[in-house]
Design a protein around this ligand. Structure first.
Ligand SMILES: C[S@@+](CC[C@H](N)C(=O)[O-])C[C@H]1O[C@@H](n2cnc3c(N)ncnc32)[C@H](O)[C@@H]1O
Ligand code: SF4
Length: 381
């Protein structure tokens, strides 16, 4: 019998109290939310996918967004109940919710834990008031610290996000801020370099010359410092932007990077599933109203369900897997080598010290991971 890969579920909650000037996720400003309608739609979408994945258990459930910590509790409970009823969880499942660290949300942590959530991901972004103001956030450094403490009291597993390489941030200031983040006793951190996404308020500010992004060289220094400090604190990188103490890696995110199976529900969610030897890529309708309507009319909001051919799968498997320090399983007879150009480019990357291949696994070197997008762009064209 063919062993099915692990199965995770991603639920996208698309609303936020306000839209941050750097963010290009599928997000909308909070408005009146019809909780019973959302609960029914997400449950129906899960029922649709459960019918295609019978007999499997769930490794993880992840509420992302947007700001799922502002979703009505009946929606969160509806989803966890449906997961339990339709699949059931493996032993020790990972159930994560993303939360912003405002005071109002901290009051909900206990309630999330009672609903089965066992891991909290906090969007701290910075431990500096001026930076939080620049990032357009509606929390300050004190509420961020309080949220971390409260979360660590309520949940066994807590992670938080920081955004670095901000304009006017010096390397010494980053050293101090990251040092304070590590001193919280964090066992998992996501450290993101500020990226200027097209169409965001930040991209418009840069275009009109209001401020300039940090140079590539300086970004590399910030990144290197983060690698050194997290490793010294026992939270070495296991992925380009993610750092964890041994055993505390995100099991849900590992499903993406290891190219295992996950179902995406909620507006604009992506999924990858292995069904009857086919690998399918799903993507749901982006706009919340259209998503609700699609589910109500057809049972799913997945507007695309494409079968990926070998080449597309290989490209995705490399693009995701090389983000991981562990790399990917790779053999000399892999279909990758059937394309002469790709095979010789791979060899070049190995000779340049960007990739490492031991005959069984292919990994990016530290240097390769630092410039991974360029490496992948070269390798996969
Ligand atoms: C989609 S957000 C959801 C988390 C939560 N809503 C919050 O903002 O606190 C996930 C994370 O992506 C990161 N992020 C989003 N846009 C970014 C950008 N342009 N540059 C760097 N990091 C970004 C932030 O650290 C954020 O916490
Ligand atoms: S960063 Fe988080 S809170 Fe801000 S708009 Fe994006 S999803 Fe919403």
């Amino acid at each position: 019998m063919k062993i099915q890969p692990q199965l995770g579920i991603y639920i996208h909650w698309p609303y936020c109290a306000r839209i941050c000037p750097y963010c290009d996720f599928n997000v909308y400003k909070n408005r009146q939310i019809d909780a019973p309608r959302w609960r029914a739609a997400l449950t129906r979408e899960l029922e649709y996918w459960a019918a295609h994945t019978k007999g499997r258990k769930l490794t993880s459930l992840y509420f992302g967004g947007g700001t799922p910590s502002l979703a009505p509790l009946s929606v969160i409970e509806g989803v966890t109940d449906a997961c339990e009823r339709l699949w059931g969880f493996e032993d020790k499942p990972e159930i994560t919710i993303e939360s912003n660290p405002t005071d109002a949300e901290q009051e909900r942590f206990e309630t999330f834990a009672k609903a089965g959530v066992n891991r909290l991901s906090l969007g701290v972004q910075s431990l500096r008031d001026d930076a939080l103001k620049f990032l357009g956030r509606d929390h300050n450094a004190m509420s961020a610290r309080r949220a971390i403490e409260t979360a660590q009291r309520v949940f066994d597993r807590v992670t938080f996000d920081l955004i670095y390489a901000r304009p006017r941030q010096s390397i010494d200031e980053w050293r101090r801020e990251l040092g304070e983040a590590l001193a919280t006793g964090a066992t998992h951190l996501s450290l993101y370099q500020l990226t200027i996404e097209p169409g965001t308020a930040f991209s418009k500010a840069v275009e009109r010359g209001a401020w300039a992004p940090v140079s590539d060289d300086d970004c590399a220094d910030f990144y290197d410092l983060a690698q050194q400090m997290t490793a010294a604190a026992g939270l070495a990188a296991y992925e380009v932007s993610n750092h964890a103490a041994p055993g505390d890696q995100s099991r849900h995110n590992l499903i993406y990077w290891r190219y295992a199976d996950y179902i995406g529900a909620g507006p604009g969610a992506h999924g990858r599933l292995t069904l009857d030897d086919r690998r399918i890529a799903t993507e749901t309708v982006e706009r919340p109203d259209a998503y609700l309507q699609a589910v109500e009319e057809t049972g799913t909001g997945a507007q695309t369900q494409d079968t990926l051919d070998e080449n597309a799968q290989l490209t995705e498997r490399l693009a995701m897997g090389l983000r991981l320090v562990e790399g990917i399983a790779f053999k000399k007879d892999d279909t990758f080598f059937e394309d002469d150009t790709r095979a010789s480019r791979l060899q070049e990357c190995i000779e340049d010290g960007l990739l490492i291949f031991d005959g069984a696994r292919l990994c990016a070197s530290d240097q390769g991971r630092r410039t991974l997008n360029a490496v992948l762009g070269y390798l996969l064209t």
